[in-house]
Write a protein that binds this ligand. Sequence first.
Ligand code: ADP
Ligand code: MG
Length: 334
Amino acid sequence: MEPKMLASEASDFLKVTLPAIHKHLKSKNLVYTKSQNKVYFGHSTSKQIFKLAFRPTCWSWQNLKGGVGKTHLSFATAIRLSLYGARIGVIDLDQQANFTHACGINAEDKPILIDIMRDNLNIEDHMVKVMDGLDILPSRIDNAVLDNIFAVNNLPVDRELKKRVARLKSKYDFIFIDCPPSLGATVSSASLAADYIVVPVDPERFSLLGLNVTLRELEENIAKRYEANLNIKIVFNKYDGRTVLSHQVLTSLVKDEDYNKRLFKTFIRTSQDLPNSVAKSKSIFDSLRSSTAKEDIDLLAREFIEFTRINNQIEATTHLDNTQEQSNETAEIM
Ligand SMILES: Nc1ncnc2c1ncn2[C@@H]1O[C@H](COP(=O)(O)OP(=O)(O)O)[C@@H](O)[C@H]1O
Ligand SMILES: [Mg+2]
């Protein structure tokens, strides 16, 4: 995988001129590539360009229903955030291990959450590097019995994952938990470890039902039982403007006050680029061509940044010389 942040995208985000970005890349000797008349770079250079500071947060991606996009959206959003210079640590909780496979990792000989819990290992010592800015605690089928481990050992659902996530917060800006489609003890533990719970929904018939049951379980059972304050967000996925169903489901989310206040402004359109890139063990951001999937995930990632950044736009751009006069000169050098 070689995901790319285009210099033009950085200039758009930072609201500085493209030559100002070019100039900074050159004057600071940052690593970048020029290809097809485009300048792009990866995580390490992004850190120097964006200089974003984050409040470390944990985001648990969950929905009782499978196939709504938990893995594809969390994977693409994680990659995009790493391209803004954020450090991402992922915990794959799903025994199907789709996130792990998307990263091209085989977890057969690596500790997974069930080993960490059984042997009381330090989770931060077993995060596997996927690429600069992205590490993962992978998963495999053995995680299927995690709920039993909670039950047999009478583990505290409200503390078991929270204490491990707390350790990861000193190392990562965003901790993502990709959950299986269940509401057992393990997923409840993830809900209680998370600062934000992201529930993807799609326009399929039973998706809203899955959302309803998930919300009810989270709010009426878990939040009350553990006296927790859960911050639940909804992201609408697989929007297809050509279908009536897409329109109907999106309208019902927007019109319902309880859903609307939780809804991300961005909704993700159906795009074959998402499954296609994962099938090729790549991310949508490996490609240089523009696509709706890239646009949508970028906007979603920007919402994540808005929620968690602790420096403002001006502080983040003071290192960039944005004066037009000097910038034009450097534009020619590039
Ligand atoms: N925006 C999208 N456009 C097209 N296909 C999508 C989109 N989001 C997810 N998919 C497809 O839907 C299926 C389920 O997605 P996945 O992320 O595995 O769901 P979950 O993790 O919730 O089970 C996959 O085949 C994936 O390729
Ligand atoms: Mg999944």
